[in-house]
Design a protein around this ligand. Structure first.
Ligand code: MRU
Length: 333
């Protein structure tokens, strides 16, 4: 076992997921049987990416129900454990949304909970495939039928979304149509989701790509080396402001300056009508040693302090289009 079809699943009463911390060096599956291990897997980015966090949250509720039955939890304890899953990371709205949706089914019993959790995964796959082809259609109709070079950030493929992915699904759909020249992938410091995960997925799919340092991106865009920036998001506010991996905002600024589209591909489940604008989105701050170290090796003098905001907010006025499985939104009319 272990392929892009096995990113996260419910098997024999527990959660099985690719341990994304080990990629690209090793493809190893995690077998998660309790809430502590699931919360740890989410917090340490063994499972990550907004829709996959939603899937992990949904399956986590089923896991908590099973563990509670095994260990004799009362309703209050089950509620506490479910809330710990929802709180494991703050920015991606999918996590809390799917935990709450599946938790609402708890009164119907464990079988209903497991069915509801599995349905979240099926919906994520379906959304990703529809969003991917809608995004490819949008880019082809805006930019013409010539093969396009797309610049992307972080990891937004199956590892992050199931199915085809979001932004990387759009790339895949362009490739399938013969409409893709190649992909420029930001390495995505500090945790290197671009180089470790996106390059791994693109290699598996046989899609041509080149890796770039994050700091190079605005320069490459200014030199006309890309036709469009396409990214995913962890949360889109009601006004169209976009929270995504740190470094996304500089791509949007560069795209605007160069006059190329900045497109956000997200499932509807990532749009948060309850959050009116980007200033209300909680931006996760992570441990300083993720910045002072690279893959565990010190990269700064001992004692160096670091800022580690995991996400940034791109204001809606820089967003050309938000493509979902159901619609294409133009935040600026
Ligand atoms: O910290 P991560 O790796 O979970 O961040 C993931 C991203 O920022 C992705 O771009 C985002 O979840 C979009 S994937 C639909």
């Amino acid at each position: 076992m272990g392929s892009l079809d096995d990113v996260i699943a419910w098997r024999d009463g527990h959660v099985v997921a690719i341990d994304q911390r080990l990629l690209p060096g090793e493809l190893r599956m995690l077998h998660i049987t309790g809430v502590d291990d699931l919360v740890d897997a989410i917090a340490t980015l063994a499972v990550r990416g907004a829709p996959v966090l939603g899937a992990a949250g949904a399956l986590g509720v089923a896991l908590a129900v099973r563990q509670g039955a095994r260990e004799g939890w009362d309703a209050a304890r089950l509620d506490t454990e479910v809330k710990r899953i929802a709180d494991a990371r703050p920015t991606a709205v999918n996590l809390r949304r799917e935990v709450e949706a599946v938790a609402a089914v708890i009164p119907s019993g464990p079988d209903a909970v497991e069915a509801a959790a599995r349905a979240v995964l099926d919906a994520a796959v379906d959304a990703s495939v529809r969003m991917s082809s809608r995004g490819a259609e949008y880019l082809a109709s805006s930019l013409g039928s010539r093969p396009l070079t797309v610049h992307t950030h972080c990891n937004t493929g199956a590892l992050a979304c199931l199915g085809w992915g979001s932004a990387l699904g759009v790339v895949r759909a362009l490739h399938d149509r013969g409409a893709l020249a190649g992909v420029i992938v930001d390495e995505t410091r500090p945790l290197l989701q671009g180089s470790r995960l996106t390059c791994w997925e693109l290699a598996q799919l046989g899609i041509p790509h080149q890796l770039a340092c994050d700091g190079a991106a605005p320069f490459l865009i200014s030199r006309g080396m890309t036709d469009a920036v396409v990214v995913g998001a962890d949360r889109v506010a009601a006004n169209g402001d976009v929270a995504n991996k740190i470094g996304t905002y500089s791509l949007a600024l560069a795209a605007r300056r160069a006059g190329i589209p900045f497109v956000v591909a997200v499932p509807e489940s990532t749009i948060d009508a309850a959050t009116s604008g980007g200033e209300q989105i909680p931006v996760e701050q992570r441990a300083e040693d993720e910045v002072t170290h690279v893959l565990g090796t010190p990269a700064a003098p001992p004692g160096t302090r670091a800022l580690n905001y995991a996400f940034d907010i791109t204001p809606a006025d820089l967003v050309t289009a938000i493509v979902t499985e159901d619609r294409t939104i133009h935040p600026n009319g």
